[in-house]
Design a protein. Structure first.
Length: 430
């Protein structure tokens, strides 16, 4: 190693110590259980992809390609690191034409983006994706909304789901005469309205169309879904009509199921061009945390275009953001974190140290076993440092009575407990 080499992480990447990783694992474990309750099964795909797959016009579009890590392998092939889990999922469907549809999967894995780094946004991070191919019903959208509600209730995070429809938004811009070649860029700019004000993007919008058109678009952005439906139901723009119909079908289900956390946002687009229908994003409803906690939508064309066999492959999916969820939960979870249930100390490293430790582990009690020959006073210091409530002390005199000493580090009290009763005694106070 060069003397001037500095040990440091690349900006946008992190090491997570055990206390942090325990919390992150709890988040992903909660997500996995919820995903499986909703019928999604686990899938794993490669991190390395052919760049052409990531750059295809059916993938993320020009905007996301600015953030793709690209390199050549030893065979001089163009390789990229996956930037999400949706394109690899689409590839799996396309490569395995015998799959029985609908196919529902979840995948939790690392993705990579060479983009700006800020709170809740890194270069190397986990996505937690749930996708379904072969489902066309609007009930699929509602299933995701219900799952979002239940997931964040488990995390005790109040959220709102902001939703829209890409057909509606594209159709609206077509109706007000935004030039067809500028519709995609226009959508990219207005998609930022949850974070920026109109004044911040005014100049970019007027490069895409006239000020009169921009004013008209923003007039419609102030309307409710009912007002939009009333005014725009007979425009003759097919895409707009389809989008409004889909939004009203979704709105009906939202009301019937009392999903009050859902909020219609007529400018929401989810950025990526892959989306073809309903789109949504999840935010902390208190407004204190600005980054999205998850998002998704319907993308009916990616897999259809991969297969190109004359059939339609409707698909829908979403991603839960591990990093922003972790950022929200970290402080409170750290205060409540218990890495170990008990600390086992013996004056002599003999078989009893291991027998008792293993007995506890077999009963799902997390054990830190002291393997070094240290003094009891130092062991008590370790227990305090690790925030362990119970210390089991194994001594010769206690063993003669088939017992051990259990010290409560919170109260300072200690008692003699029969080894046969040790598990029940510990579990009673966990």
């Amino acid at each position: 190693m060069k003397e001037d080499f500095k040990l440091m992480n690349l900006k946008g990447t992190s090491d997570f110590f055990p206390e942090e990783q325990i919390i992150r694992n709890r988040i992903t474990d909660t997500l996995k259980k919820k995903f499986e309750l909703y019928g999604f099964l686990p899938l794993e795909t490669p991190i390395l992809c052919y760049y052409d797959l990531l750059a295809s016009k059916y993938a993320g579009g020009a905007e996301i390609l600015k953030e793709v890590y690209k390199f050549k392998d030893q065979g001089l092939r163009d390789i990229g690191l996956r930037y999400d889990l949706t394109v690899p999922f689409s590839k799996v469907i396309g490569m395995n034409k015998g799959l029985i549809l609908p196919f529902k999967r979840y995948e939790i894995g690392k993705v990579f983006r060479d983009g700006p780094v800020k709170l809740g946004r890194a270069r190397e991070f986990y996505q937690c994706d749930v996708d379904a191919c072969g489902v066309e019903s609007p009930y699929a959208d509602i299933e995701y909304f219900t799952m979002v509600k239940e997931v964040f209730e488990e995390f005790n995070i109040p959220v709102e789901i902001r939703y829209n429809n890409r057909k509606f938004l594209s159709g609206l811009l077509e109706y007000v005469k935004v030039p067809k070649e500028n519709i995609s860029a226009f959508i990219t700019y207005v998609d930022k309205l949850d974070k920026l004000k109109r004044d911040d993007i005014e100049s970019e919008l007027e490069e895409c169309s006239s000020k009169e058109i921009v004013d008209e678009v923003f007039k419609y952005f102030e309307y409710s879904l009912e007002q939009l439906t009333e005014e725009l139901s007979d425009t003759g723009v097919e895409l707009l009509t389809e989008g409004l119909n889909e939004l009203n079908s979704l709105d009906k289900l939202i009301k019937e199921l009392n999903l009050d956390l859902c909020v219609f946002k007529p400018f929401l687009a989810r950025g990526l061009e892959i989306y073809t229908g309903t789109v949504w994003e999840v935010f902390d409803s208190t407004g204190e945390f600005k980054s999205a906690l998850g998002g998704g939508g319907r993308y009916d064309k990616i897999i259809t275009n991969f297969l190109h066999n004359g059939n339609e492959y409707p698909a829908i999916g979403m991603s839960f953001g591990l990093e922003p969820i972790y950022a929200l939960l970290k402080e409170k979870a750290m205060q409540e974190l218990k890495k170990y249930d008990v600390y086992v100390y013996s004056f002599n490293n003999d078989k009893y140290l291991f027998e008792i430790s293993n007995m506890l582990r077999k009963n799902n009690i997390k054990v830190l076993t002291e393997l070094n020959n240290i003094k009891l006073k130092k062991a008590m210091g370790i227990a305090n440092r690790e925030n362990i409530d119970k210390v089991i002390i194994i001594g010769e005199d206690e063993l003669k009575d088939n017992s051990v000493t259990v010290k409560d580090m919170v109260t300072g009290n200690q008692e003699l407990v029969k080894i046969d009763d040790l598990v029940s005694t510990i579990k009673k106070e966990m």
